[in-house]
Ligand binder design. Structure first.
Ligand code: FMN
Length: 742
């Protein structure tokens, strides 16, 4: 029986066992590589069980046993985790399965397909569509489905494919690709983004390529190249591809005027990010930028801002707002693509030309209207320089009619985030091998930024010690997160922790610890202990998450982030309090506004295993047909993440003389994720919210739209069901003395 060997320390084990020791396997890339190597043990269709704490020569180690008869279709960490979960290897249990495999859980039915659509001259898109939200980007709250876009550009002399799809589409992707182009003519693959979740599609593509052809040349950034190499190791596919690390200024000429230029756009979350620009069609393949998780019938942004504005904004908030510096850098680099744009409209003929010209004229008119644009953007002329026919993102609709508006909004959002960071910033320091700790970091970041504090995201796998030190000097709080790999924290986290522990400024700051683990979770314990030993100041209880976070865990993260941001703001106020007057008399305006009254209600909402509630008095009827309400929700409110567009919730109206007990219960301080309705008698509504027994009436609602109104979100929601429970009692009214408080 052949042996499999630990990639770093060389420990060997029989072929049926993959053995990962921790002595040297502390680098994240070596862990990813370990998984790749684990295929030695899995070739014959086997699945994992895990045994905690086995060691060789006193080295804590993970033993993953391959048991015959299981089903193992993919090699990504995520899948391995889920296999492990389905085997119910719980927490601390030390079990090695030797018997027959457990029953396979029924697969979750997802409506997915891949379709081919013409985007521009010689350019097609393959659109993988799922009505369900796919597994990636778990912290993403809107549930409007997912799309995954790849693109094909057929030049006069060569053809390039831009990106491969998520594993959910692997089979359909290759099928659709085969129907759209002759695979023998595919010369280049441009990877603007790559992750372990895309390796299945890449392998399926490489296997489908005709044997006798030249290897396909993969153009990608250095981080993507490393990942591709490690994930394709031992697959016997080495002769089917070669990799070209893209450098600034590289051009890929496909003939017929299709010259592809590349712009490297690394962010902490996607260090491999790269834009591609075709100067002939003026298409910008923008990867995660300008993306949205939404699956509509239309392939283009028909309906414009009204149809997709919320999705684009929410995607930005979740995915890019935590790294405004890098987002800004990427936007600035868009300038360089415009210099290659050709005035191609003149030569074109036919209806499409008219349409394109209309679009061009329209976008020019929009720009000339001089709508409010961030000053820095205007002075740098970004909007003027960015003239593309369309933006082709990796997720969501192809942006054709809203290009100018979307780019401008991106500039404004980024500018706002950068401004927020100038006042107070929390450093979010983490590493993640398989994305689970990233998801926690992202959710905490959302909680921080919705409370009005900036975020500086530092993925320690790619940031330098100098960057970390500089961020610690600047920040007003920090959090540190780590996965547990082989019983330890990975080396980059150990180094970062070393820097934090000797930083005198960091000791005075509010901080927090978080991390994902599989069964023992030593990394988080170690980090917490070492910070406690040095008297660091914890703003929220340490977050420990087993494998992938659920919605409830993400809710804990978001609320913890908000708590930390509020601690930061309190400290800032305290510091400035000597200069500030202790007591401010309500101004005339505040007193006047304070006479506006509202009915006292309780809003309750649930999503998956997350639930929340809030006392609300800024509630008004907004329409007769359909019956509709507006409700103002403060941006840093815990329930805010559960009332996004499309979400269901319940409004409970409280009665005079019956409201104080309910109000008192909901105004208590709550820990992150704590159930807020536990002390009240409730029953579940049919839409998932909660009906409070003491309410005089209740309404089941759906959020239709959200309007940003200063420090609140104004929800417009329609009422689908409701009941009057107590017709005698009048509605409780919330009277106030000032409009500066509730
Ligand atoms: C090679 C390897 C070793 C691991 N070792 C441990 C361990 O010793 N203890 C533990 O609790 N979890 C262990 N895990 C599970 C990871 O901590 C878990 O998958 C976690 O979700 C990874 O977080 P990330 O996605 O942020 O990288 C291990 C996973 C891998 C792949």
């Amino acid at each position: 029986m052949a042996a499999s060997v630990c990639v770093s320390c060389g420990a060997s084990a029989p072929a049926s066992t993959f053995f990962a020791s921790t002595r040297d396997c502390t680098s994240l890339s070596s862990h990813r590589l370990s998984f790749c190597r684990s295929k030695f043990a899995l070739k014959n269709g086997s699945f994992f069980t895990q045994k905690k704490g086995e060691s060789q020569s006193g080295i804590p180690a993970l033993r993953i046993n391959a048991v015959n008869g299981g089903n193992f279709g993919a090699v990504t960490g995520r899948l391995i985790e889920e296999e492990a979960k389905s085997l119910a290897v719980a927490g601390d249990q030390s079990t090695v399965s030797t018997g027959s495999p457990p029953p396979t859980p029924a697969p979750i039915k997802k409506e997915t397909d891949v379709r081919v659509v013409q985007v521009a001259k010689d350019t097609l898109t393959l659109r993988g569509r799922s009505t369900d939200r796919l597994k990636y980007e778990v912290e993403y709250g809107l549930k409007r489905g997912s799309t995954n876009n790849s693109y094909i550009i057929q030049g006069a002399t060569a053809t390039a494919l831009i990106d491969v799809m998520d594993q959910a589409f692997a089979e359909a992707f290759v099928k659709a690709l085969t129907s759209a182009v002759n695979l023998a003519s595919l010369n280049y693959l441009v990877l603007g983004h790559f992750s372990p979740k895309r390796v299945e599609s890449l392998k399926a593509l490489l296997k489908a390529l005709p044997n006798q052809g030249a290897p396909i040349e993969i153009f990608c950034s250095n981080p993507a190249a490393q990942l591709v190499k490690s994930l394709l190791l031992d697959d016997g596919l080495e002769n089917t591809y070669k990799i070209r690390n893209v450098r600034a200024g590289d051009v890929l000429d496909l003939g017929g005027g299709h010259e592809l230029r590349f712009v490297l756009t690394p962010t902490p979350r996607w260090p491999d990010g790269m834009f591609t620009y075709d100067s002939l069609t003026q298409l910008l393949f923008s990867q995660k930028f300008f993306s949205a998780h939404v699956c509509e019938e239309d392939d283009f942004d028909i309906g414009g801002w009204d149809a997709y504005g919320e999705d684009w904004r929410f995607y930005f908030e979740c995915m890019l707002a935590p790294s405004p510096k890098q987002a800004n850098m990427a936007l600035e680099r868009l300038n360089i693509v415009a210099q290659y744009a050709k005035p191609s409209y003149k030569e074109k003929k036919g209806v499409d030309v008219v349409k394109e010209d209309m679009k061009y004229i329209f976008s020019t008119v929009l720009r000339s209207l001089n709508l409010p644009v961030s000053k820095s953007l205007l002075s740098e002329g970004l909007v003027d320089k960015l003239i593309t026919t369309a933006i082709c993102p990796i997720h969501g609709p192809i942006v054709r009619s809203t290009v100018t508006e979307l780019v401008r909004e991106y500039g404004v959002w980024t500018f706002d985030r950068l401004k927020q960071s100038e006042e107070a910033t929390v450093a979010v320091i983490y590493a993640s091998a398989y994305g689970n700790t990233t998801a926690l970091a992202q959710a905490i970041s959302r909680g921080i930024s919705k409370a009005g504090v900036g975020v500086d995201t530092l993925n320690v796998e790619i940031c330098s010690t100098e960057e970390l030190k500089a961020s610690l000097q600047r920040c007003s709080g920090f959090i540190i997160g780590s996965p547990t790999l082989g019983g330890h924290m990975p080396t980059p986290i150990q180094n970062a922790l070393g820097v934090i522990l000797v930083d005198e400024n960091a000791k005075r700051l509010p901080c927090g610890v978080f991390g994902s683990f599989g069964w023992s979770g030593e990394a988080v314990d170690m980090i917490e202990q070492r910070l406690k030993d040095c008297d660091f100041n914890f703003a929220f209880p340490t977050i420990r998450c087993k494998f992938k976070p659920t919605e409830a865990t993400l809710q804990v993260c978001e609320e913890s982030g908000t708590d930390l941001a509020q601690a930061v703001k309190r400290l800032k106020v305290k510091k400035g309090s000597d200069a500030a007057p202790k007591f401010v008399v309500a101004s005339n305006v505040e007193q006047a506004v304070g006479r506006v009254v509202g009915s006292l209600c309780v809003l309750t909402a649930k999503s998956g295993d997350a639930e929340s509630a809030m006392l609300a008095s800024w509630v008004s009827q907004a329409s007769f047909v359909p019956p509709g309400l507006t409700i103002a929700v403060a941006k840093d409110r815990a329930v805010e993440g559960l009332v996004l567009v499309g979400a269901k919730f319940v409004v409970n109206v409280l009665g005079q003389n019956k409201s104080s007990a309910v109000a008192k219960e909901l105004l208590k301080p709550f820990k992150p994720g704590e159930k807020r309705l536990e002390g009240l008698e409730t029953k579940e509504a049919s839409n998932g919210g909660f009906i409070i027994k003491d309410a005089i009436s209740w309404m089941e609602c759906t959020v239709k739209s959200r309007l940003e109104t200063g420090d609140h979100w104004l929800l417009y929601a329609t009422v689908e069901a409701g009941n009057l429970e107590d017709e005698k009692t009048l509605t409780a009214i919330h009277h106030r003395k000032t409009g500066s408080r509730y």
